[in-house]
Design a protein around this ligand. Structure first.
Ligand code: GSH
Length: 216
């Protein structure tokens, strides 16, 4: 059985957890904080979470994990069967992670963890994040799912990341840059959160956040 390692406050961890739930793959969860210890670095080369244990060994990087799950567990597919549509799904995911989530990540320490980010970084992130979101708005369909009428890997990635980016942008800029640039996103988030597994992932994340902040 697959073991998923990491922390339930992580959007990348929740991407994989939710994917396994939607695909009805049995898995175990084991709490591992990201870090530079030998024990973690042996299994995830930069000490990041999530990573998984499979019958063949450990695997890190959530997108590699998601595609491994899709290849190894073809039931309940999350990618379209058509090669071009599969590529469009990957295009969407890569755009979202590189040009939106990774950009916004630079303000999380202040938005979420009570740290301080320089005003230069805050300004630079806003420009790049708005450009990334404008690009995402050109790809996203919301008909009603991210890439059309079928629930897909694009949704598995969009929901955990966009929620967090939306929260962080409100905290730092006083406005939700996600809903400003992607009309219809609020109804989409509601639709996704009507799914029982998304609710379970969200509840686990909220419990983990409460536990995390009660220890600070
Ligand atoms: N590209 C990685 C990103 C994972 C990532 O950034 N995880 C965060 C938690 S949300 C982490 O481990 N941060 C610790 C660090 O960057 O050292 C993936 O897709 O798995």
């Amino acid at each position: 059985m697959i073991t998923l390692y990491g922390v339930a406050i992580s959007n990348y961890y929740n991407k994989i957890k939710w994917a396994m739930m939607e695909k009805e793959i049995a898995f175990l969860e084991e709490f591992v904080a990201p870090g530079q210890t030998d024990a973690v670095l042996k299994r995830s080369p930069l000490g990041k979470i999530p990573f998984i244990k499979t019958a063949d060994g450990y695997l890190s990087e959530s997108q590699a994990i998601l595609e491994y799950l899709e290849d190894s567990y073809p039931e309940h597919p999350l990618y379209p069967s058509d090669a071009f549509e599969r590529a469009k799904t990957r295009e969407f995911i890569q755009h979202l992670e590189l040009n939106v989530e990774l950009i916004a990540r630079r303000i999380y320490s202040q938005a979420i963890f009570g740290g301080t980010v320089s005003s230069e970084t805050i300004d630079e992130v806003k420009v790049k994040l708005e450009a990334g979101l404008k690009g995402l708005a050109r790809l996203i369909k919301l008909e009603p799912y991210a890439l059309g009428s079928e629930f897909s890997a694009a949704d598995i990635v969009a929901w955990p990341h966009l929620q967090l980016v939306s929260f962080a942008s409100q905290k730092i800029y006083g406005t939700d840059l996600v809903s400003e640039h992607i009309p219809g996103i609020d109804a989409y988030i509601k639709l996704i959160e009507s799914r029982p597994y998304a609710q379970q992932v969200g509840n686990d994340r909220n419990a983990a956040l409460t536990a995390f902040f009660s220890k600070q």
